[in-house]
Design a protein around this ligand. Structure first.
Ligand code: AP5
Length: 236
């Protein structure tokens, strides 16, 4: 059966056929850009943070274990995260690739992912590394609000809603994430530096890393990401 042509700003998922990984500190814009890229290619956006928050709101055993850890700004143990990710990427909607947001976050997670992608016959992943300085991180995190219904992300300083406290799309209540409180931001940044930043060198050594200046506007960051993907496609 013929596949329907993609809309101008959309790309067919077959063109991606791989995992795209967003790597960067809390508040760098991983979720904002990962959602856009996943929508462009029509592939799943896999945010391990969102998945864990979903487990917490549904009161699952995994959610009960993750909740106090996330509230302290620490990383959830690899064993729990890997089981959750394994189950997700084996679903049929991932067959043409997917966009990871917040995974992998440790070298052990990255090694597991590398093996798993090979086993499932994917091409080598693309890693988008979002670079941003601390002052901007703090502004983005403390200003962030999320729609409690649809998950749309706002920022009180950069991207305020039209009506205070309400989502532009569905009118849902805008809430602050519990771990966006100022006292939790410092431990989150420490966890990033200690456990996740080593992945920058790890993926650079593998030749998979693409640096992107995340201090620019959402649209400019998006353009840099598109260029990185074009560059990779051009080399195939
Ligand atoms: P997670 O949900 O992944 O949070 P994070 O990594 O701390 O990242 P954030 O969601 O805070 O930021 P972001 O980079 O997505 O930025 P966003 O696009 O929202 O993880 C939460 C917790 O879950 C972890 O601490 C850990 O406990 C646990 N966890 C998750 N994954 C795990 C794993 N793999 N292993 C172990 N534990 C795990 O943007 C931020 C703000 O800036 C928004 O308001 C947005 O509107 C604004 N903004 C974005 N881009 C721009 C721009 N270009 N210009 C202006 N404003 C912008």
């Amino acid at each position: 059966m013929a596949t329907s042509p993609a809309l101008p700003d959309k790309r067919p998922p077959e063109e991606l056929n791989r995992a795209v990984i967003f790597l960067g500190p809390p508040g760098a814009g991983k979720g904002t850009q990962a959602k856009k890229l996943a929508a462009k290619y029509g592939v799943p956006h896999l945010s391990t943070g969102d998945m864990l928050r979903e487990h917490i709101s549904q009161g699952t055993p995994l959610g009960a274990k993750a909740k106090p850890i996330m509230e302290r700004g620490e990383l959830v143990p690899d064993s729990l995260v890997l089981k959750m990710v394994r189950e997700r990427i084996e679903r049929p909607d991932c067959s043409h690739g997917f966009v990871f947001d917040g995974f992998p976050r440790t070298v052990a997670q990255a090694q597991y992912l590398g093996e798993s992608l090979k086993q499932h016959g994917y091409r080598r992943p693309i890693v988008i590394h979002l670079l941003i300085d601390l002052a901007l991180i703090l502004r983005r995190i403390t200003g962030r609000r999320m729609c409690s219904t649809g998950g749309e992300i706002y920022n009180l300083f950069e991207r305020p809603p039209k009506v205070e406290g309400r989502c532009d799309h569905d009118g849902g209540e805008l809430v602050q994430r519990p771990d966006d409180r100022e006292d939790v931001v410092a431990p989150r940044l420490r966890a990033y530096e200690k456990q996740t930043e080593p992945l920058v060198a790890y993926y650079r050594r593998l030749g998979l890393l693409h640096d992107v200046d995340a201090s620019k506007s959402v649209e400019e960051v998006e353009q840099q990401i598109s260029k990185a993907l074009q560059h990779v496609r051009g080399r195939l």
